[in-house]
Ligand binder design. Sequence first.
Ligand code: NOJ
Length: 553
Amino acid sequence: MSQHFTDPSPVYASPAREAADWWRHAVIYQVYPRSFADSDGDGTGDLQGVRQRLPYLRDLGVDAVWLSPFYASPQADGGYDVADYRAVDPMYGTLLDADAVIRDAHALGLRIIVDLVPNHSSDQHEWFKRAVAEGPGSPLRDRYHFRTGKGEHGELPPNDWESIFGGPAWTRLPDGEWYLHLFAPEQPDLNWEHPAVADEFRSILRFWLDMGVDGFRVDVAHGLVKAEGLPDLGGGDQLKLLGNAVMPFFDQDGVHEIYRSWRLVLDEYDGDRIFVAEAWTPTVERTALYVRPDELHQAFNFQYLSAPWEAAELRRLIDSSLDAMRPVGAPATWVLSNHDVTRHATRYANPPGLGTQIRTAGDRELGLRRARAATLLMLALPGSAYLYQGEELGLPDVTDLPDEVRQDPSFFRAQGQDGFRDGCRVPIPWTRTGPSYGFGDGGSWLPQPDAWGELSVEAQTGVPDSTLEMYRRALAVRRELPGLGAGTDVTWHDELPAGILRFDRPGFACTVNTTGTAVRIAAPGRMLLASGPVTVADGRLDLPADTTVWWAV
Ligand code: NOJ
């Protein structure tokens, strides 16, 4: 028998919104609104586009949708530069559209998580504009990090920190003062020691909780508090974009007090709402501190995202992630792609060790085969999993975007040496043909490759071995075996050849071949699903290279 899929057939039941602790095993789908669906044909995705595609997400079988920022913003960093935290940017629609998305999602049994960007505002935020206009001595400057410079005339930055997007982390105003921005100059860092900042964000939380959102993804959750005195780093040990190094502006103990105060606000609301932290920390143990019972609920597992396709390392990271979360009672989370990293179909198409921003397409076929196997491995693990729009289509990164269409601020600040995040942000294809492959009736703000139509939702729907149908089946199985995402343990089998993983969960087993060579092993039970063509005969399984199989045992 050679096949990709067996029973059960997919069930597209709505998740029960009232289910307590839904987030402990939820599959959460990230929508990057600018690139998801464009309802008015202006080339940019919008909230009505999201709304129209909610049934697709329900049928895909996810539990919740995380929306990247759609707030009023000059878009210096794709909306992670917020000018008004309580307004929708006109390019995305209106607050009424946001309300419609939330209501329709709930009617379909989907939850909505919105992005919260507390580390920095836009330089077009009212506070910052007034702070600049009022000049040195303005009390509004205390809400950001304004300083005088070093050197005889204050002509040198106050310290040696570099921006994560390249260049100094300080910009000097014509009045002579400098302000801190860990990201682009258009993203001044807020001063979380100032009570008005803390008050304002508790109020922003309430605004969106009152709108009915089910939670928040907290941007740069590890960055809000800076080390006392903003000390120099000293030496050449500058940070990498989205790195895990120890830094005086990241992962300071003071951030936890902020999250404890936010938790009190959230817990006033009904409906089991959550926070998920974007916290790049040196270790998973440090990440676990963000999800203690009185703080946030989940944190992204970037160590897992950064792992090579290599059995021993994957096993080590799975174990250390589960071990780190168990004492604090939080679920482990798993993620392979998001809007900041090269899609996993392209990461795995390239040799390991290139980091999470890669500019070469690599071996596409290999990348897709591994990506599918990696996805089935991830979706079999206990805890909550995050999907990024388009990964269910097996989309690769677009690695050959011409420089003149790029918009990632880090590309420009690093003189094109870094910052290839536009490659994973190309609008996704819905139809085989037509303007922007069904993204909208017009063009698309980043050019889509010619081959995009064959990767579209339309082209893959109903095709049994397509990546889209694999995701649908996997999510359906996850619903039919409720124990799959639950719990905190896996049981490993050690008797397998190097490069082969097998772990069991109650009533379930998962086998993974991370090597480039087929192996023959004992079939553990009844095959449920496979990431590629496999053959089972006489209780033996021929497991091809880079393939994962799910079993009922
Ligand atoms: C993390 C976000 O995911 C990324 O897109 C953004 O550039 C930085 N935070 C700054 O907000």
